[in-house]
Design a protein around this ligand. Structure first.
Ligand code: NAD
Length: 336
């Protein structure tokens, strides 16, 4: 029995997380779900977006399965996603994007894993106004040698352990010579330790152009926090959209699994949200727990349902009348 803190989240979160829990439980793996709250839902219910009870649960389980959390743009409380990643030092954010059989996209053979530094960079949270009139704002990017070493090592080890051929560091060291320069220097120092893995470096703006011209030239990408955030939505778009892409947030002694997408207010309450991304985040979590058979069983079922294209949400098949719940049911049925 594995204990997992379950945070259903905001917007489409509860509906997709219910399907993910149903699918994971149907795989036969024994999970004791400890439900906890965070984000807007927690703020409205407990007056804080990150209640002590939620942290007490993660302190104990060291493992969370989380739906998307709403962070109001511009005002309001700080991102709870960023806060959780920093509190549990979940330094590696791993986001795989691969073509799915049955999902028509512009390119075939896309198979990219973004390894994003998750605790530093421009998301370090060091932002403030410099004047009482609030007409000058300043944000500080923090890049440390230790933080860069551990994420770049993680990317190369990930590549080696997962039979990958190449690691590309995407950076902006031509302009940000200290922060991005340090990250790039560390990548150049570490790369020779992995002679079996090809090393490449690309300036981030050029990398975006290359990615939409020929994404097959990318394999594992490592970058600082904000570039990874943006690039992973780009890679999601290449393989069929945000409804498909999972993410793992890995630390040395805690981990949190979630979809790459957010709380999707535009489709909340309409039974339209694709549960695949969070279900695949569940698959990553099961591999993390060593439950490889259950993970493979779920992945095979999801692939079958997506490939058939009948019981999928409209983001995958605009003709489909199937909703979140029906897609979850079809995945459970495909496992039998
Ligand atoms: P979003 O990812 O919620 O939505 C972007 C677009 O993708 C929308 O059109 C949405 O309908 C679609 N989409 C997203 N998930 C989908 C799914 N499962 N199935 C089908 N379509 C899907 O991004 P946003 O609208 O920019 O952000 C909304 C909120 O989510 C914001 O408050 C943001 O801060 C938050 N957010 C949270 C996380 C997280 O919790 N990890 C990640 C990103 C954004």
């Amino acid at each position: 029995m594995h204990a997992v803190t379950l945070i259903k989240g905001d917007g489409i979160g509860p509906s997709i997380m219910d399907e993910a829990v149903k699918v994971i439980d149907a795989s036969g793996v024994k999970i004791q779900w400890e439900e906890a709250y965070a984000g807007l839902a927690a703020f409205e219910q407990f007056g804080t977006p990150l209640p002590d009870e939620t942290m007490a649960s993660i302190d104990k389980t060291r493992l969370a399965f989380k739906g998307p959390l709403t962070t109001v743009v511009g005002t309001g409380f700080r991102s709870i996603n960023v806060a959780l990643r920093q509190k549990y030092d979940l330094y590696a954010n791993v986001r795989p994007a691969k073509n799915w059989p049955g999902v028509q996209t512009r390119f075939d053979n896309v198979d990219i894993v973004i390894v994003r530094e998750n605790t530093e960079g421009l998301y370090a949270g060091l932002e403030h106004y410099l004047t009482p009139k609030k007409d000058i704002a300043e944000s500080l990017a923090v890049v440390t040698r230790a933080g860069s070493e551990r994420i770049i090592e993680y990317a190369f080890k990930y590549a080696r352990d997962n039979n990958r051929k190449k690691v590309t560091v995407c950076h902006k060291a031509n302009i940000l010579k200290y922060t991005q320069g340090l990250f790039l220097d560390v990548a150049r120092e570490i790369a020779p330790k992995y002679p079996d893995i090809q090393f490449d470096e690309k300036i981030i703006d050029a990398a975006c152009m290359h990615m939409v011209m020929d994404p097959t030239q990318f394999d594992v990408i490592v970058c600082t926090n904000m570039f990874g955030d943006i690039l992973s939505d780009l890679t999601a778009g290449l393989v069929g959209g945000l409804g498909l892409i999972p993410g793992a947030n890995i630390g040395t002694d805690a981990a949190l699994f979630e979809a790459v997408h957010g709380s999707a207010p535009d489709i909340t309450g309409k039974n339209l949200a694709n549960p695949t991304a969070v279900i695949m985040a569940g698959v990553m979590m099961l591999h993390h727990l060593g439950e490889h058979d259950a993970a493979d069983k779920i992945q095979t079922a999801v692939e079958k349902v997506v490939k058939e294209g009948k019981f999928v949400t409209p983001d995958l098949n605009p003709q489909s009348k199937c909703g979140t719940v029906e897609m979850g049911n079809a995945i459970v049925a495909a496992m039998k």
